[in-house]
Design a protein around this ligand. Structure first.
Ligand code: F3S
Length: 399
């Protein structure tokens, strides 16, 4: 890979040991993926923020990078942490974990990352525009940035996103290149798809069909008439989870779709496929639900308003976490939604989520409207899952 003299200076340690390490990571990745050069990026989203996932080794790496003079060169935001940074006691997080999580956040803050701790950075300020090269981790946000915003990013890991932040660059391969963004398969959706849970089920059905087709093809999806931002958020999270997709085009809806003609190879998603995905996400042996969560990906203000209306002053009977970003919660505070929701006994779990918080063993069965949360709640925490539309999740919390 060809480096500019400026990039070579990073490698020679002229910007300090952390920046040198970052450039070593990027150079190694670039040669693995056959990149010819690095490309400047304008925005970074870093995943791997929860101490539950990082452990002591991850914290040590971050502390060394901060001590080695690492400083973000571009606007950099963070994925959810393992707890609500301000209100962790209410979620039953223990003090040792909280201390370690604080050290993680401090290390990122010393490196100049904005400690947003959310997987929806595009809802409050980290909003790259069409064609912008960025380096984002967090699979749902990557899929959203590429597909909905038309920005350009590969699916970065925690270390490679941090390396991009500290140098302002990323290897130019994959979805940074025009040719790799071309659709390879047309997907005809004949099912009626409405609401976040349906779009989550669509992501699972489509992801599994793409995987079965055996290639990482960019899908060009036809047949969807109107899609809200919240539904797109759900589709991105699910498709990234079940098919590993980082980019799709929706005919007439997403910004790059008009540049392409539908590919010859075709897949279909029928009502039966959608129904099968719903069934598969519902664990028949789930039994009594003892944990309810909305907000995977993090809830928008619109969804919080809807929740306040649905609860309508009634008391919940189960542990119910509302996961969202701090800026979204602040707006909900101002609008009076927070007080109405908390009056029901539901808890805001800001900065975190039901997957990255350290809650293994605390619950048996989770009710959620998120196909992604179903996957990871079982894979990470062994919770059984009830996958329901948003309104029915709320009804389950009240039952
Ligand atoms: Fe976000 Fe956690 Fe879901 S990071 S996408 S709420 S698993």
């Amino acid at each position: 890979m060809k480096l500019t003299p400026e990039e070579q200076a990073f490698l020679e340690g002229r910007h300090g040991p952390a920046a040198r390490k970052a450039m070593e990571i990027l150079a190694a990745l670039g040669s693995i993926y056959g990149a010819e050069r690095l490309t400047p990026v304008t925005s970074v989203q870093i995943a791997g923020v929860s101490y539950d996932n990082l452990g002591e080794a991850g914290l040590l790496f971050l502390s060394e990078m901060a001590a080695g003079g690492g400083r973000a060169q571009v606007f950099t935001t963070l994925n959810p942490a393992g707890m609500d940074i301000e209100n962790w006691q209410a979620l039953g997080i223990d003090a040792d974990f909280a201390e370690n999580q604080r050290r993680v956040i401090d290390a990122f803050a010393r490196m100049g990352a904005v400690t947003t701790c959310s997987c929806t950075p595009y809802l409050f300020g980290n909003l790259p525009h069409f064609g912008e090269h960025i380096a984002w981790a967090e699979s749902s946000a990557v899929c959203y940035a590429n597909s909905v915003l038309g920005a350009r990013t590969n699916r970065e890991g925690g270390p490679s996103a941090l390396a991009a932040a500290l140098t302002g660059r990323t290897p130019e391969y994959g979805y940074h290149l025009e040719a790799k963004r071309r659709p390879g398969v047309t997907v005809e959706v004949s099912a009626e798809v409405q609401g976040g849970a349906d779009f989550g089920a669509l992501g699972k059905a489509l992801g599994q069909k793409l995987e079965a087709a055996g290639q990482r093809l960019v899908p060009y999806v036809r047949g969807l008439k109107a899609v809200s931002g919240d539904e797109l958020k759900a589709l991105c999270a699910s498709l990234a989870t079940y098919g590993g997709a980082a980019l799709f085009h929706l005919e007439g809806l997403t910004p790059e779709a008009a540049q392409f003609t539908p590919p010859g190879q075709t897949l279909t998603i029928t009502p039966a496929d959608l129904e099968a995905a719903h069934r598969a996400l519902n664990d028949a042996a789930a039994g009594e639900v003892d944990f309810v969560s909305l907000g995977c990906p993090h809830l928008s203000l619109n969804e919080i308003a809807r929740l306040a209306d649905l609860l309508n002053g009634r008391r919940v009977t189960k542990e119910f976490w509302i996961t969202t970003a701090r800026p979204t919660k602040q707006m909900a505070d101002r609008m009076g939604y927070t007080a109405r929701i908390e009056a029901s006994g539901a808890k805001f779990a800001v900065d975190t989520c039901c997957v990255v918080a350290p809650i293994r063993g605390r619950f048996k069965a989770l009710a959620t409207d998120s196909a992604k949360a179903c996957y990871y709640a079982y894979a990470k925490n062994k919770f059984k899952t009830r996958f329901l539309p948003f309104d029915e999740v709320v009804a389950e919390a009240l039952r």
